[in-house]
Design a protein around this ligand. Structure first.
Ligand SMILES: [Fe+2]
Length: 387
């Protein structure tokens, strides 16, 4: 996160006695750190010891099946084709993954009574459809379409929707934190004037009163490919106060202010967050390039270091035919990609685009699951042929 935040009640200094209302028993301080003790951190104050667990048992991992024989080719697949269903955890279907990244889609049609924690992966949840609230130990954030909810690894959370008429989430997991790009910040960490978003666009959690309940509470914990059920003897959201830099936050794609140029600007102008192994970008409505002879859509591109993934949110996408809401294209390294036939000519003279899309460029090859095989457009690889 970009800045310091505190909420609820915290003691005047760290690591000193902090008494409950009875004046005798102590709140339990938990130091949540990253990169050992060198990265950002938070200090949380619990009513109960956060280590109190009744039982731990392994449970079945989701039934996503790797498609190991997937050809190295262009892909277009439709994530609404086989929507499935379930709660904010069980509805996830992973389409693309590698050791550092996973892209999953969830059509959520029920709430869960349990809590979830991802031990090894940071999560970015893009809300494509639906409204609701995400609850964490740090508080709550209401969400609506376009919100991008960043949840640090190790955070216990739960998602509740307002209704189940039409909900869709895109989960992007990362083995390292979603960082605000260094080039968007000054030497003190403050967002620069030239950055496409600033601190006011980042929504910190609203503090929620601690839940002081004992009993039996289920927590589903994902530890890489293995999943576990923890039974806690207390409600995990028992935090009376916290402070620091490490906490979930929300940024809406509509708050991204696009940077445009006289001629076509490369994808780094769309950068939102970077991780050690991939970048995450937002494409938003913007004015096109204003050179009188500009071609306002991308040129053909060979990205020698990346697999490029685009998730289409809404609006007509400027350089591709046949893609729509919920489409994903994957253009792997080693193969040039670019505008579909006729798109360059059609773009000349256009003044603006109204597209919304997400882009993930990974620095290591992506693997596919059979969800891609089962929802892909077979002919996409031939879609650049004339006629
Ligand atoms: Fe590209």
């Amino acid at each position: 996160m970009a800045f310091y935040h505190s909420a609820g009640n915290i003691p005047q200094k760290r690591h000193i006695r902090f008494f409950k209302k009875d004046g005798k028993s102590l709140y339990r301080e938990e130091h949540c750190s990253s990169r050992g003790f060198s990265g950002i951190y938070a200090n949380k104050y619990h009513i109960h010891e956060p280590t109190r667990v009744l039982s731990i048992s392994e449970i079945n991992a989701p039934a996503d099946v790797s498609w190991d024989a997937a050809p190295h080719q262009y892909y277009h697949f439709l994530t609404d084709e086989h929507p499935g269903g379930g709660d904010f955890v069980s509805a996830r279907r992973t389409y693309l993954y590698n050791d550092h990244c996973a892209v999953s889609i969830a059509h959520v049609d029920s709430d869960a009574e349990y809590f979830f924690r991802n031990a090894y992966a940071h999560e970015l949840i893009f809300v494509h459809k639906g409204t609701g609230t995400v609850f964490t130990e740090y508080g709550r954030n209401s969400f609506s379409p376009g919100d991008q909810i960043v949840i640090p690894a190790g955070t216990t959370y739960q998602v509740q929707f307002d209704d189940f008429s039409k909900n869709k989430l895109v989960f992007i997991e990362s083995s390292t934190a979603f960082e605000i790009p260094r080039r968007y910040r000054n030497e003190y960490g403050q967002m620069l004037e030239s950055a496409p978003y600033c601190e006011r666009d980042l929504r910190s959690p609203l503090f929620s009163e601690p839940v002081d309940k004992t009993g039996e509470f289920r927590l589903v914990l994902k530890a890489g490919p293995r999943w576990f059920e923890h039974k806690l003897d207390h409600h995990p959201f028992d935090v009376v106060g916290w402070d620091g830099y490490l906490y979930p936050f929300v940024f809406n794609i509509r708050d991204f202010c696009p940077i445009v140029g006289k001629v076509h600007q490369p994808p780094p102008v769309h950068l939102v967050f970077e991780t050690a192994h991939f970048v995450y970008c937002n494409f938003v409505p913007r004015l096109f390039d204003f050179h009188p002879e500009a071609i306002p859509i991308p040129y053909f591109h060979s990205n020698y270091d990346s697999d490029e993934v685009l998730y289409y949110v809404e609006g007509e996408f400027m350089s591709r035919s046949g893609v729509g809401e919920g489409s994903v294209t994957l253009h792997p390294a080693g193969m040039p990609h670019g505008p579909h036939p006729g798109k360059i000519e059609a773009a000349i003279g256009k003044k603006e685009t109204k597209e919304y899309a997400l882009m993930i460029d990974t620095f290591e090859p992506l693997k596919l699951t059979t969800h891609v095989r089962d929802s892909m457009e077979e002919d996409y690889l031939r879609s650049w042929l004339p006629g």
